[in-house]
Write a protein that binds this ligand. Structure first.
Ligand code: GLC
Ligand code: CA
Length: 575
């Protein structure tokens, strides 16, 4: 159903909900589906068209539900299948759609399929996962089949005592990878994880780690980039394997083409625009769009993400420009996002979360995002300008497996060297996956109105909830929330230019301001953003035509001042 025409999932704005942290309805400290339903009018009122729900399936929760033990049931603390049906109805009756998270690169090790698979070498489901014999070093030491490092530290191979083989897990050892080479496995995935929900009226999927299903069968060693440790980063070897496009075409033919769906695939480690285009070309039915990660990966360290290195504004401009323009002249489609459940908060990463700049810079980022071509994704709390956890929170307040495992691996490797651990903490303070998972800040009552449990929320509530919360922003026309609503209206009113327009970056070397134009036919908008706390000069490109001020993030400004204030943003039409 893709094509160059206007389709609901192109013009629609998506709102991502992380069920654990949105709203607790029964005072157990954990968010749940009825809690989400109770907020559905708030979501509609924001200007949302499509809700994306992060995994709510049955799961032992080693990776917050990205370890699914049964695709056809709901994690009981979140609710029931009937609750999801009620959520579908709540969305549909308000003219919104609902997409789920499809996590089918791996299952939980508690999934019935894996329990059978590991039960014996001759079990019919043995081949549904990836099993390999040990290698042996010259001195007879047992070694895993290769040196690949898992995303959550340590080897991707886990030894199974019972059947004396290793199984592959690109993520946690409780997340064994499914064997997509086996057609029977693929069919089971389509039935259980996809058709089950599509037949209930779900409108599509955000597809987890979509480019890792095909990883070849040879498993060569990765080159050594992290000296002094056996396991090496290997995503270049297991992403975008030889049968990737074939599998996605099959998934379309056999399942998706029967429904009016949208798909957005998570596409890490794919830096080449030509390669990304192969996934999103409309005629070659694979994926409708993908998340490419260059923007949210800015400053991440090699050899490990949490060895944060920082970045320059010109880097940000360059990556935004690349992924805004790569579909030009093609039938592909793109996405615009700067937050999700795996990323630090955008205000803290790209702008300023200092009290004096927080609101204005959140509004400036809203302007940048709402002016971008592609389907726009907003993550819960982004609309009120939620920020990263305070820097004085100790590691004990962080819960995520990725942060904890890396912290512990460095602690072990360096014999708890305070300098090394300090570096890791600095990285986690910027990039940690826990920041976006803190409870949604609804009001100024205890635990931010997220839960009425006396014991509090499952995750520490951000200290800022009295200053940053929905209740106060709903009634304040000058709030970040009111500004997002206004910007989403503007985006839709001028959708040609903002959703479908041609992006052009201007003055790309400038390290203080980000200026770009969006053009559609004879219509042209100019977006001017000051990414610093200082005043900046701004030369009106008058040769272009007359600038008519459309909107800005400073109260009562009319866009005529030659100088931009700190974190000021303006959008003009060029006439
Ligand atoms: C994706 C998810 C992330 C999860 C991983 C494994 O990257 O966004 O949260 O840990 O896949 O499923
Ligand atoms: Ca609950």
């Amino acid at each position: 159903m893709a094509g160059t025409g206007r389709i609901w999932w192109k013009d629609g704005v998506v709102y991502q909900i992380y069920p654990a942290s949105y709203q607790d309805s029964n005072a157990d400290g954990l968010g749940d589906i009825p809690g989400i339903i109770s907020k559905i009018d708030y979501i509609k009122d924001l200007g949302i068209d499509i809700v994306w729900l992060s995994p709510m399936y049955e799961s032992p929760q080693h990776d917050m539900g990205y370890d699914v033990s049964d695709y056809e049931s709901v994690y009981p603390p979140y609710g029931t299948v009937a609750d999801i049906e009620a959520l579908i109805e709540a969305c549909h009756s308000r003219g919104m759609r609902l997409i789920l998270d499809l996590v089918v690169n791996h299952t939980s090790d508690e999934h019935a399929w894996f329990k059978e698979s590991r039960s014996s070498k001759t079990n019919p489901k043995r081949d549904w996962y990836i099993w390999r014999p040990a290698k042996y070093a010259e001195d007879g030491t047992k070694m895993p089949p290769n040196n690949w490092r898992s995303f959550f530290s340590g080897s991707v191979w886990e030894w199974d005592e019972e059947t004396q083989e290793y199984y592959l897990h690109l993520f946690a050892k409780q997340q064994p990878d499914l064997n997509w080479e086996n057609p029977v496995t693929r069919r089971a995935i389509y039935n259980s994880a996809m058709e089950f929900w599509l037949s209930k009226g779900v409108d599509g999927f955000r597809i987890d780690t979509v480019n890792m299903y095909s990883k070849g069968t040879a498993f060569p060693d990765a080159p050594i980039v992290d000296e002094g440790i056996f396991e090496q980063p290997a995503s270049g070897l297991f992403c975008n394997g030889p049968r990737m496009h074939e599998f996605l075409r099959e998934m379309n033919q056999q399942v998706l083409s029967k429904y009016d769906t949208m798909t957005v695939g998570e596409l890490p480690s794919t830096p080449d625009p030509a390669h990304v285009l192969r996934y999103v070309g409309a005629n070659d039915r694979q994926l409708d769009m993908v998340f490419q990660f260059d923007l949210v990966d800015l400053g991440t360290g090699k050899p490990h993400k949490y060895e944060y290195e920082g970045y320059k504004l010109s880097d940000l401009k360059e990556v935004v420009s690349r992924w805004q323009t790569f579909i030009a002249g093609t039938d592909g489609w793109t996405t615009a996002f700067c937050e999700n459940h795996d990323q630090g908060r955008s205000v803290s990463r790209y702008a300023s979360d200092a009290p004096e700049w927080r609101e204005r810079s959140a509004k400036m980022l809203a302007m940048m995002m709402c002016a971008m071509t592609g389907t726009l994704f907003i993550y819960q709390g982004q609309e009120i300008g939620m920020i990263n956890a305070p820097k004085d929170w100790p590691i004990e307040d962080y819960k995520d497996i990725e942060s904890i495992n890396y912290y512990n691996s460095v602690a072990e490797r360096t014999n708890r060297d305070p300098k090394a651990l300090d570096r890791v903490m600095k990285g986690i303070q910027v990039l940690g996956r826990d920041h976006p998972r803190l409870p949604m800040q609804w009001d100024d009552s205890p635990f931010a109105g997220f839960t009425s449990s006396k014991a509090g929320a499952w995750m520490r509530t951000h200290d800022s909830y009295k200053d940053i919360n929905v209740a106060s922003q709903v009634k304040d026309p000058k709030s970040v929330l009111s500004f997002w609503k206004q910007m989403l209206k503007i985006r839709k009113e001028y959708k040609d230019v903002f959703i479908h327009g041609e992006f052009q970056g201007l003055d790309m070397e400038n390290e203080q301001t980000f200026v770009f134009s969006k053009k559609y036919g004879a219509k042209k908008a100019l977006i001017v953003l000051n990414f610093t706390a200082d005043e900046q000069g701004f030369k009106m490109p008058v040769e272009d035509g007359k600038l008519d001020f459309l909107v800005g993030n400073i109260q009562d400004a009319d866009g005529t001042k030659a100088r931009l204030q700190g974190y000021e943003g303006r959008i003009y039409f060029v006439n």
